[in-house]
Write a protein that binds this ligand. Structure first.
Ligand SMILES: Cc1cc2nc3c(=O)[nH]c(=O)nc-3n(C[C@H](O)[C@H](O)[C@H](O)COP(=O)(O)OP(=O)(O)OC[C@H]3O[C@@H](n4cnc5c(N)ncnc54)[C@H](O)[C@@H]3O)c2cc1C
Length: 373
């Protein structure tokens, strides 16, 4: 699982560095046009970059303190689905503004009665000439209040197996008949919403794939979502890591409490196991192999690891942890308080912990299929 990144003189490194010094503080659009936002995407939107080139570009952007545009759903999983199944018109209209962050996207999948069992969804899209008329309700729509477009799955047929009657659409969030209502979380933030569809007309040209292909495409979207949510930080790849917490404890003189020391050691072990799983995935990609079962295992472990980091950080704040502006061991609060309150969501969003275990049981261990109800 060992590999080395190309050295300082590598021509690929020099090329990225030259581009960055020529562009000073590049805009999202400049980064997108250069292919540096999602280098693994095919040209002309990406560079068709192999994993080594991707790591080199990441490295050089970090070194130059250049951040990529933030459009998690658009770049993480809507864009890849459009690349997979969108028409040429859909790709040329949408992919660049997704990459540049000029058009934020949301995901209109979950409904009040359909979360884990997404295929039972009941929002309907009825064909009417060159349009579909959509009626129903979605929930937990992250960024719905900021998004210009959403990826929408809706039922176009009720006859036959439930998975086969679903169709995938690009939904303009300003279409008449859409209302977006905020849901405020216990963090105090407003990041997700309820979205209501009342006779919303979506042109047939906004359909992705054929009618009835929606479930197949939703699986492409969800596969990309799981990979995107699996970085190193405690909060789906963002935020502090176990190492940050350990460094903080060290910098405050260490711990004498035996139970807290045990918990810190356990946290370190988890983070090392996750680091090795991540390295194995990168190493397999560098060798040209597809990621194996470690992607599901990593998501299941990383979500709980995030909760362990945030729970321990809160406990390390002691009674001061009851306040909202104190971090662990009296440190500045940073993301610790927000992260603690957000962390229960980690094992729900992007597929719950139990659903991940079903996937591992069936696809990795070869156990019998979950009972359909
Ligand atoms: C932070 C966050 C952001 C989100 N953003 C979006 C978004 O942008 N767009 C969107 O469409 N959705 C979004 N979601 C919704 C998310 O996809 C759903 O919450 C998730 O799929 C679970 O569905 P549910 O909440 O309906 O729970 P349910 O499916 O009702 O599950 C309830 C409980 O039953 C368990 N359970 C269900 N089925 C099984 C089974 N077969 N075997 C064992 N246990 C089972 C679950 O694990 C869970 O513990 C978001 C969720 C979170 C937390």
């Amino acid at each position: 699982m060992d590999f080395e990144l190309p050295g300082e003189d590598d021509p690929r490194r020099r090329e990225v560095r030259a581009w960055l010094s020529a562009h000073g503080r590049p805009t999202g659009r400049q980064l997108a046009e250069a292919g540096y936002v999602a280098p693994h995407w095919p040209t002309p939107w990406g560079l068709g970059a192999d994993p080594v080139l991707q790591l080199v570009i990441d490295d050089e952007l970090r070194r130059a303190h250049v951040s990529r545009p933030v459009n998690p759903i658009g770049i993480g999983w809507a864009g890849p689905t459009l690349i997979h199944a969108g028409t040429d018109e859909q790709k040329s209209r949408h992919l660049l503004p997704i990459l540049s962050g000029e058009e934020i996207w949301c995901q209109l999948f979950s409904e009040p009665g359909s979360g884990s069992d997404l295929a039972s969804l009941s929002t309907r899209a009825a064909r009417d000439g060159d349009e579909y008329v959509v009626n129903g309700q979605k929930i937990w729509t992250s960024l719905g209040h900021l998004a210009r477009y959403g990826i929408l799955i809706a039922r176009t047929s009720s006859s036959g197996p439930k998975h086969e009657g679903i169709t995938y659409f690009i939904c303009p969030m300003d279409a008449p008949g859409i209302s977006v209502r905020p849901i405020v979380e216990m963090t105090g933030d407003h990041s997700f919403n309820e979205v209501f569809f009342d006779d919303v007309r979506i042109p047939v040209t906004n359909r992705v794939g054929a009618e009835g292909d929606g479930w197949k495409l939703a699986k492409v979207t969800l596969g990309n979502e799981r990979v995107s949510l699996s970085g190193e930080g405690a909060l789906w790849g963002r935020g502090p890591t176990a190492t940050d917490l350990l460094d903080l404890v060290r910098s405050r003189g260490g711990l004498t409490d035996a139970v807290l020391r045990q918990r810190l050691a356990a946290l370190y072990i988890e983070s090392e196991v996750l680091r090795l799983i991540r390295l194995r995935t990168v190493s397999a990609a560098v060798a040209g192999r597809q990621p194996g079962p470690e992607a599901s295992i990593r998501k299941a472990m990383a979500d709980e690891h995030g909760q362990h980091i945030m729970g321990l950080a809160k406990d390390l704040a002691g009674t001061a942890g009851l306040l909202t502006d104190v971090g662990p061991l009296g440190a500045a609060v940073g993301l610790w308080q927000y992260g603690y309150l957000f962390s229960p969501a980690l094992t729900i969003g992007g597929g719950t912990a139990q659903v991940q275990r079903n996937i591992i049981a069936e696809r990795v261990l070869g156990l019998p299929h979950d009972i359909e109800v």
